[in-house]
Design a protein around this ligand. Structure first.
Ligand SMILES: Nc1ncnc2c1ncn2[C@@H]1O[C@H](COP(=O)(O)OP(=O)(O)O)[C@@H](O)[C@H]1O
Ligand SMILES: Cc1cn([C@H]2C[C@H](O)[C@@H](COP(=O)(O)OP(=O)(O)O)O2)c(=O)[nH]c1=O
Length: 206
């Protein structure tokens, strides 16, 4: 039995997070580690409804409202999915979590970190991911990757300077030991070798 672990995936839009979810799923499965895969904003019926509103290009919201809605979805996600799964011994892999709020609403939009930190404490009560894989890539590379096939949502439509601020905010947070910064400008095999070695380390710590 491996004690439950909480893993989050982060990065600017188009960095390549989602491309590695299946690899992570198979890696854990091969080691008989039961895991729940989820995402933010979302992960619950109410959270997915809030996601629809937050990502819709039709939505207008003040910065504080946007931030509060992210945390409302997160509270629901923690109460109904993340904490119960961890309590049952399952690993949780979440495509984004609170670092995204510090990066997007904080770095990108300018909401002070101190305000976000109040909400973080409110909903998480000290719970933090055990491992955060930060997929890091230059914003122009990410934009080129997305340009080929996506209808852009409310955040993806932001200007290059916004994505540069988001990236910088992520990198500034990545000094905490729980982070692994993955150079996502490389090919899939190189990235997956890094992911596998970080997962292996987590298993060995467990
Ligand atoms: N390392 C990579 N090299 C080349 N293309 C990539 C790489 N990682 C992701 N892509 C491509 O970039 C696009 C965005 O990737 P995705 O995983 O959806 O990003 P994210 O989930 O971070 O927004 C996809 O078309 C994907 O195939
Ligand atoms: C969790 C979270 C996401 N976001 C944004 C980042 C992304 O642009 C968007 C949803 O991200 P994502 O799940 O990466 O979307 P996609 O399915 O297009 O890959 O929400 C925030 O602004 N703050 C947050 O707290």
């Amino acid at each position: 039995m491996h004690p439950a672990r909480f893993i989050t995936l982060e990065g600017i839009d188009g960095a390549g997070k989602s491309s590695h979810l299946e690899f992570i799923r198979q890696w854990l499965q091969a080691r008989d580690i039961s895991a729940v895969f989820t995402r933010e904003p979302g992960g619950t019926p109410l959270g997915e409804a809030l996601r629809g509103l937050l990502l819709s290009v039709e939505t207008e919201a003040s910065l504080d409202t946007e931030t509060l809605l992210m945390f409302a979805a997160r509270q629901e996600h923690l109460d109904r999915v993340i904490r119960p799964a961890l309590a049952a011994g399952q690993w949780v892999v979440s495509d984004r979590f609170t670092d995204a709020t510090f990066a997007y609403q904080g770095g990108g939009r300018g909401v002070p970190d101190s305000r976000i930190a109040v909400l973080e404490q409110w909903v998480q009560q000290g719970l933090q991911p055990d491992l955060t894989l930060l997929f890091d890539v230059a914003p122009d590379v990410a934009a080129a990757r997305m340009a080929t096939h996506r209808t852009l949502d409310r955040f993806e439509r932001e200007q290059a300077a916004f994505h540069a601020r988001v990236r910088d905010a992520y990198l500034a947070r990545a000094t905490a030991p729980r982070f692994a910064v993955i150079d996502s400008g490389r090919d899939f095999d190189a990235i997956r070798a890094d992911i596998a070695s970080r997962l292996q380390r987590l298993v060995e710590q467990a």
